[in-house]
Design a protein around this ligand. Structure first.
Ligand code: SAM
Length: 216
């Protein structure tokens, strides 16, 4: 288990925090449905239009190298959205068996052709897969959408389906300035805190995989 940033090559998003703050109450309600508006509505409601552009390719390369994945390795992306990381992992490492799961029917039915049949509809807190069915479970910016007990359930599920390796990334803040920016920006996260808060929660869940933070 180690703190490692496997998203260091993911492009930094542009954020207009002032625009997000106004109308936040309504936008939060819309975002929490994880429907069309969240992915392909306005930036105030979520992604502001999420199209495949290869932005996950360098991240996929780092994941494949870090976990020494190869053809035949089995990888699960929990909270996979439209499956772009699933697609890019398969592009980087042909022959690898990559799957995704997400609560959003809109996201998984608006996937790229290469991932048709690989994206499942389901809940990160109760994964519909057998024990030890994956070599690595990845969950990026998803489990913070649960309350604390839900985060623990989701981390335990990651360990159950992939006991040997995992990577989880969650929203965090390292200072009062970052916390204030985060609180203005956040739409869907229910659990958030400092890296120390998350490390304690990870320990409580007996999660042994790797982890890192999304900060503003
Ligand atoms: C911020 S997005 C992150 C998506 C992708 N991992 C990424 O980093 O771009 C959060 C994702 O979590 C999904 N999600 C929310 N609640 C979930 C749940 N209970 N189980 C599985 N996925 C969930 C949403 O539909 C959305 O795709």
């Amino acid at each position: 288990m180690s703190e490692i940033n496997l998203l260091s090559k993911y492009p930094k998003a542009k954020r207009n925090i002032a625009a997000r703050v106004s109308g936040k109450f309504d936008n939060r309600e819309i975002a929490l449905k994880f429907g069309k508006e969240y992915f392909d509505g306005t930036r105030e409601q979520g992604y502001g239009g999420y199209k495949y552009d290869g932005r996950w390719l360098p991240v996929a390369k780092d994941i494949v190298e870090h976990y020494k994945l190869k053809a035949g390795s089995r990888v699960l992306d929990i909270g996979c959205a439209k499956g772009y990381l699933v697609k890019d992992l398969m592009r980087v490492c042909p022959g690898m068996e990559v799957f995704g799961i997400d609560i959003s029917l809109y996201a998984i039915t608006n996937c790229e052709n290469e991932t048709i049949g690989r994206l499942h509809l389901g809940d990160a807190r109760s994964l519909p897969f057998p024990d030890a069915s994956f070599d690595v479970a990845i969950s990026i910016n998803t489990i913070h959408n649960f309350d604390k007990s839900g985060c623990i359930e989701a981390l335990k599920e990651m360990t159950r389906v992939a006991p040997t390796a995992g990577y989880v990334q969650v929203d965090a803040y390292r200072s009062e300035v970052e916390k204030s920016l985060f609180l203005d920006w956040v739409l869907t996260a229910k659990t958030h805190g400092t890296p120390e808060f998350w490390k304690a929660l990870i320990c409580e869940a007996n999660y042994n995989g790797d982890y890192y933070w999304t900060t503003l």
